[in-house]
Design a binder for this molecule. Sequence first.
Ligand code: ZN
Length: 67
Amino acid sequence: MFCPKCAYDYTKVSGIIKKEKTNERLRLCLNPECNYSFLTIEASRSDSFWKEYVRRSNEENSNDKNQ
Ligand SMILES: [Zn+2]
């Protein structure tokens, strides 16, 4: 997983938040000049979570274009 802020290739997991169907992982960028922390999510591919995720990201993208 790369850092979404500086695109550095190395990050580490510094915490896991367990939810009912998903795990969220708190990741830390290992670039000493960045140290950005961000969340990633792990869910079963067949889970309806991803359908909702795609729907919401499409909505956000079309909102961006309107602005
Ligand atoms: Zn970074």
